[in-house]
Design a protein around this ligand. Structure first.
Ligand SMILES: Nc1ncnc2c1ncn2[C@@H]1O[C@H](COP(=O)(O)OP(=O)(O)OP(=O)(O)O)[C@@H](O)[C@H]1O
Ligand SMILES: [Mg+2]
Length: 202
């Protein structure tokens, strides 16, 4: 079983969007997937409540109960657990990182966003977990994307090859409890999510 914790101390970085998209892409690949939504905002839980399909499973779980919830997922034969998390998680952030095999850190291209990633990298360090930054909600073809990637690479921060662009389909799919994997399976966003999933599962 693989456990990925999607974390970023900055609000609106794309954590919940990436969580539900990765989860549906993994379901489409035949994996048994459970999302543990550790954010009191419960975005992933809300998405599931609007959704007709029964998979991926989405359960709310307080940060301090994640270790037990992950053990339960292992017992239930789940193949992939994805943990969605709150912004500004404070002391909870280490509890959220603790069960993970990988911390996935969404970051919008921009100077304030890059600065926030440093705090999330510190949390990964405290939890002694590997991490991967993914450039998220990128304005298509904007020069900031390459600049942000170069800044991370110069600092030795691993960045996913996949870049998740801002696209209307991504936002729109969520309103119907779907994802671009179902909403526009041949579209550019679905390709980007599938590429990110391959990197996360590698
Ligand atoms: N790739 C994208 N394309 C279009 N819209 C996006 C994309 N990524 C995020 N958004 C939009 O940006 C907003 C914030 O995204 P999201 O809720 O996923 O971020 P978050 O990090 O989970 O936020 P929070 O910190 O509040 O939990 C949402 O309205 C979402 O639909
Ligand atoms: Mg969220």
């Amino acid at each position: 079983m693989k456990i990925v914790s999607v974390q970023s101390q900055k609000g609106g970085a794309g954590k919940s969007t990436i969580t539900v998209h990765l989860a549906t892409a993994a379901v489409a690949r035949g994996l048994s997937v459970r999302i543990l939504d550790s954010d009191a905002q419960k975005s992933a839980v809300l998405w599931a409540s609007m959704r007709e399909a029964k998979t991926p499973e989405v359960l709310h779980c307080e940060p301090t109960k994640l270790l037990a919830a992950v053990e339960k997922a292992r017992h239930d034969g789940i193949g992939l657990v994805i943990i969605d998390s709150p912004p500004n998680a404070g002391p909870d952030a280490v509890d959220i990182a603790a069960p993970a095999d990988l911390i996935l850190i969404p970051c919008r291209p921009g100077v304030f966003d890059v600065s926030a990633v440093k705090r999330t990298i510190d949390i990964a360090g405290m939890a002694k977990k590997p991490f991967l930054v993914v450039l998220s909600a990128c304005p298509p073809r904007a020069p900031e994307i390459a600049k942000t990637r170069a800044a991370f690479e110069a600092a030795g921060v691993p960045v996913a090859v996949a870049e998740i662009e801002t696209r209307r389909a991504m936002d729109r799919a969520l309103q119907y409890g779907e994802s671009v994997i179902e909403f526009e399976p041949e579209g550019e966003s679905a390709k980007q999510i599938n590429q990110l999933l391959a990197e996360v599962l590698a």
